[in-house]
Design a protein. Structure first.
Length: 177
């Protein structure tokens, strides 16, 4: 199984404001209405695994953005809201168990999203590729992309691309021994 991160971060490595806000992402001028490669990326994955807070944010978007199966990783939700029926499925477990369950179900390429969820998959050393788009803003605080790790992890830079004269998208692959 290959597990991906595709995410935008501020220059100070935050993925959201302290209250979970994402307005800063939409303040970037985008005259061509580019999705910055997201459509091409999403074609590479079979399913998405996202945390509860990210799911709650995504659920507020209209229309629903995903044509792939979405699994909401939560240890606090007993069930998904009615609005989510047919759009997502609740999954419980540690990252390695989630990967095992989804592998048995036939999924081979997972997109992991959400701050704590990404951190958990990194802690378990399950991330194979990170696609990180740096946004030229300093938030000064918020939800960090990275947390502490039990060991050093090395990645190889695959490519870097400047987007819209504003953003820098870099792709990193995990180096494994």
């Amino acid at each position: 199984m290959t597990i991906f991160i595709y995410i935008a971060v501020s220059l100070d490595n935050f993925i959201a404001t302290p209250d979970g806000g994402l307005d800063w992402l939409y303040a970037i001028p985008n005259p061509e209405q580019s999705d910055y490669g997201f459509t091409d990326f999403i074609q590479r994955v079979d399913a998405l695994v996202m945390g509860r807070k990210t799911f709650e944010t995504v659920l507020s978007f209209d229309p629903w953005r995903y044509q792939k199966p979405v699994f909401v990783l939560s240890h606090t939700l007993a069930a998904l809201p009615e609005k989510a029926l047919g759009k997502a499925e609740l999954i419980v477990g540690e990252p390695a168990e989630v990967v095992r369950i989804l592998g048995v179900r036939g999924f081979h390429n997972l997109y992991v999203d959400g701050g704590r969820t990404i951190q958990g998959f990194l802690e378990a050393d399950l991330i194979d590729e990170m696609i990180i788009t740096r946004v030229p803003i300093l938030l000064g605080g918020g939800v960090p992309l990275f947390g502490s790790l039990p060991r050093e992890m090395k990645f190889r830079l695959v490519s870097t691309e400047q987007l819209n004269d504003t953003l820098v998208k870099s792709i990193y692959r995990r180096l494994r021994q």
